[in-house]
Design a protein around this ligand. Sequence first.
Ligand SMILES: NC(=O)C1=CN([C@@H]2O[C@H](COP(=O)(O)OP(=O)(O)OC[C@H]3O[C@@H](n4cnc5c(N)ncnc54)[C@H](OP(=O)(O)O)[C@@H]3O)[C@@H](O)[C@H]2O)C=CC1
Ligand SMILES: CC(=O)N[C@@H](CCC(=O)OP(=O)(O)O)C(=O)O
Length: 350
Amino acid sequence: MTQTTLRAAVVGSTGYGGVELIRFLLGHPNVQVTSVISSSHAGTLLSDGFPHLTEIIVDELDAVDVDLIKSKADVVFTATPHGVSSALCPKLLDAGLKVVDLSGDFRLQSGELYEKWYKHQPADPAYLQKAVYGLAEVFGDDSKGAEFISNPGCYPTCTVLGLAPAVAAGWIDPATIIVDAKSGVSGAGRGLSQLVHYSEINENFLAYKVNKHQHVPEIEQTLSRIAGKPVVTTFTTHLVPMTRGILCTAYATLTDKRTDEDFIEMYRAYYKGRRFVRIRNKGKWPATKEVWGSNYCDIGFSVDERTGRVTIISVIDNLVKGAAGQAIQNLNLMMGWDEWAGLEFTPVYP
Ligand SMILES: NC(=O)C1=CN([C@@H]2O[C@H](COP(=O)(O)OP(=O)(O)OC[C@H]3O[C@@H](n4cnc5c(N)ncnc54)[C@H](OP(=O)(O)O)[C@@H]3O)[C@@H](O)[C@H]2O)C=CC1
Ligand SMILES: CC(=O)N[C@@H](CCC(=O)OP(=O)(O)O)C(=O)O
């Protein structure tokens, strides 16, 4: 182990986010996975349930035990359900561990809003304040040197990266924003439910949680911060019969006359140096398959002179830029490493 090698533990390692974290961390030049953790399968082998991880160096699942984690790791990724992280992360932080939380438990500054949208008890406000919202392409240096990162939600990542430059520049009226978002079924996690049952979702396409999705307040909180004034949005989620990927189509009214070329140039300037965001050329709109398995967010535009509106299309892989990849990007920033470490690869195609 080199001096810069960081020891990492993954709680929730038997879930989709956890398994994806392990896949990337195994290839990270500065990290060693020293503990894989399960609340229900401690003592068994991770590779028994996930044969693609056969011969993983640390295979035996540990229990969720803060002292044990502290003895084995420097940083902990909590890929745990909402309502679990809120209690667990404070204990890990109190033990002196760095924490990257993938759940929604520390994203909203307001405990009241959290309770309303997530239907769980909010986290202790003292720890809510400690959490840094890790959307690096928008809030730049916030993640650098942080001890505790709240990783953004999958839909908010895709939506906000698509809208942030236009909102920041005042090119669109934030009050007119409408977002149609579509996700593959891995966004729902590995647990079984009727919604993701093969015969329910195959050959099907449906809207869900309409005007009730827990990501609405996160999107509004983030767009309000960028706009410098309160923003509310209409945001509708849809489930698509595919495994990975999110595509967001955002519509908004222009505040002035602009062209596709104006948007492309302005977005490229805003995201200059941010290699995970790729702006498409005029008339080229991204598809989920074009970011599959990667940490990219690709964005394309169409200004409609007839309506005075712009349509912005953004895509991510929900398990990578929407979860594990962005979490590792945040770890890299916390540690002052190259933002790309362990994430430098091209999307899988076809
Ligand atoms: N799937 C996605 O695309 C995204 C997910 N997220 C968020 O990441 C988190 C993980 O999601 P995902 O991996 O999809 O979910 P999964 O349902 O696939 O996995 C969650 C894991 O959490 C573990 N777990 C359950 N209860 C506890 C507990 N009390 N203590 C410790 N661990 C527990 C379970 O493993 P075990 O029983 O072995 O402990 C389970 O495998 C969630 O908060 C989700 O909202 C965020 C962005 C995108
Ligand atoms: C398809 C699907 O069900 N997606 C999930 C996405 C939520 C998620 O993954 O959790 P975070 O809130 O931590 O981002 C949903 O709509 O609730």
